[in-house]
Design a protein around this ligand. Structure first.
Ligand code: ZN
Ligand code: ZN
Length: 246
């Protein structure tokens, strides 16, 4: 479009008057962010903004799961967390926790244009490690001792002593053909079993998920057969018995 130079000198040139290409609203009716009016800008942008913040919270103590651990988090910190999240998305503003609204501002041609964007905090309940432990059920690993009762009993005593130097034992349960040891933290178990000279079969079972991280429970199965010399001796006795029977 060409404008008469005299016209543009004497009056505000028409070419500067903005019309939102989306909805046709004039600039003097609504604030504009760049080419579009605020409403059309919001309609377009909102789609890519978070509308919910999910936080994992322990219903017992109120601690939150953050950065791979349970933490006591003040409400002001949650606000800061959301502010940070939105700033990373390139937005300016502040989160209003009471109203559950992000109070943002667009800066356009030097002007600040405020807007509101609903952002809900959704709490997901999950018992934290400490509360779970205090309820006595927490265990990351199960050591299953099976086989010769004498060897099982000996291994049980030695292993419990070693494990208790590193972590806690949730419970010990006699099982058919042996015993199960429920171990709190599994980190050192493999090393302990190897040091004790045990061979084992390790299996992992998916027991849940925490903030995208999969949680596995490990089972260590130990077959404790009678010592070979003892087996041979028994076998010999059996043979003798069968011979004497003849
Ligand atoms: Zn518009
Ligand atoms: Zn807790």
């Amino acid at each position: 479009m060409r404008l008469c130079p005299y016209f543009s000198m004497s009056r505000k040139p028409l070419a500067i008057e903005h019309i939102c290409p989306h909805c046709g609203v004039l600039e003097d009716k609504k604030p504009f962010v760049g080419e579009h009016c605020i409403d059309c800008t919001l309609k377009r942008e909102r789609k890519s903004w978070p509308s919910e913040m999910e936080l994992t919270r322990c219903p017992k103590c109120g601690n939150l799961w953050r950065e791979r651990e349970w933490k006591k988090v003040a409400p002001s910190l949650i606000t800061a967390l959301i502010d940070e999240k939105m700033e990373r998305a390139g937005l300016e503003g502040h989160y209003n926790m009471e109203a559950q609204v992000w109070e943002g501002v667009f800066t356009s041609a030097g002007a600040k244009i405020p807007y509101r964007h609903p952002l809900k905090i959704a709490y997901k309940n999950m018992q934290c490690t400490t509360c779970e432990r205090s309820s006595g059920n927490y265990h990351e690993a199960i050591i299953q001792l099976r086989g010769d009762p004498i060897r099982v009993e000996r291994a049980r005593k030695r292993l419990i002593r070693r494990i208790e130097q590193k972590t806690f034992i949730a419970k010990v349960e006699p099982m058919h053909g042996g015993v199960d040891i429920f171990v709190g933290i599994k980190k050192d178990i493999e090393v302990i079993l190897r040091r004790e000279g045990h061979k084992f079969v390790r299996t992992e079972k998916l027991v849940g998920q925490r903030e995208g991280q999969r949680l596995y429970r490990s089972t260590f199965l130990l077959r404790l057969e009678k010592p070979i010399e003892e087996q041979e001796r028994e076998l010999g006795q059996e043979e003798n018995e069968t011979k004497t029977e003849e």
